[in-house]
Ligand binder design. Sequence first.
Ligand code: CAA
Length: 393
Amino acid sequence: MLTAHNIAAELPTSFKLSEEQQLIRETIREMAQAEFAPRAAEIDQKHRFPRENWNLLAASDLCGLPFPEQYGGAGLDNVSYAIVVEELASACATTSVMYSAHVSLCAKPIYVLGNEEQKMRFLPPMCQGKKMGAFALSEPGSGSDAASAKCMAVRTGNQFILNGSKNWITNGVEADYYIVIAQTDQALKHKGLVALIVEKGSPGFTFGKLEDKLGIKGSSTCQINFEDTPVPVENMLGDVGDGFSVAMITLDGGRIGIGAQAVGIAQGAWDHCFRYTKERVAFGKTINNFQAIQFMMAEMQTEIDAARLLVYNASVAQDSGEKFTKYAAHAKLFASEMAMRNTTKCVQIFGGYGYVTDYPVERYMRDAKITEIYEGTSEVQRLVIAQNVLKGL
Ligand code: CAA
């Protein structure tokens, strides 16, 4: 039964950024708009991985932003991290996904679930941006049904031998460390999975072709393949059987990052639209004088703010140490669908100019689509929310 208490618990935290968080937003916005936005169209057109953007993120001490200083991080909170992802996405979605896959999907699980030796070995070079991270869960035959992974890890002595393939790997050929979720015993299903940190250059570890994607075209996405690849036992996160939990806990955090990315994409498209409506003349007036346009701009800004609050709410829950699975799913579901709706509206406002590459809004629309798919489709988010609501969480 609903009570005043649990109704209130459903509401997003009433939000005011701290001075430090505001400063982070201003600093990253300035850098992203000056350095990344001008290159975004060229990166998209040439499908070019922007290594120079990564180098600048590293030089700016952003690659380990939410990790303690003892591991080389900046020791900031997850709200600050969401702000950074958002500002990067507003300028260049490719750069934001390169960054969030590294932080959320690889460094984060090592920090949260790794032992001290693993943290000291892997985190400092990742925080300094000397090594880039990736996450390998999906396979050619398993996406939403993550538990049905078939890539095999067989233990022999003090190592696992990996055989199989992983699909859609963000930071594909560019990464150095890959968290690979593999099966030790098909009969055990999700209870047989193990999470292993695999290093680039390991014997039998090869890359498939780069995917030719609809959006985020500069990000490196490919299949990775293992043929009798040895992985030392000390590279295992947790124990045999923990692989599914490692994946789910990782994705809980990653989904907030994708929500932030979607907010940034929507805000970036809205900003371009705002400027355009003040310049474009129709029927003798600039189009921002027409109520049809004003209503679209107002609705979009309302939805962007709502999504942003859900992202910050999930980040605050993550920072507080409470279970945040449902809040992360709320944020990703709403923000990604909002970004798709709103970037489509932005294209509509630009009319014919929205449909060509001379203006950036078509790129934002193409970049938005993936946020409804990766790190759990919208349908998976609805499933996660339903499961948590029904369990009363
Ligand atoms: N945290 C910790 N444990 C969790 C959990 C969570 N958030 N969610 C589930 N679990 C545990 C459950 O408690 C359960 O444990 P027990 O067996 O001990 O009871 C176990 O995991 C199995 O749970 P379910 O029965 O709910 O699992 P399921 O098979 O029904 O799957 C699912 C649930 C939500 C559909 C899940 O498979 C899922 O999230 N699928 C989507 C996968 C995904 O997001 N893939 C994207 C890959 S990353 C990517 O996109 C590439 C990239 O590089 C960006």
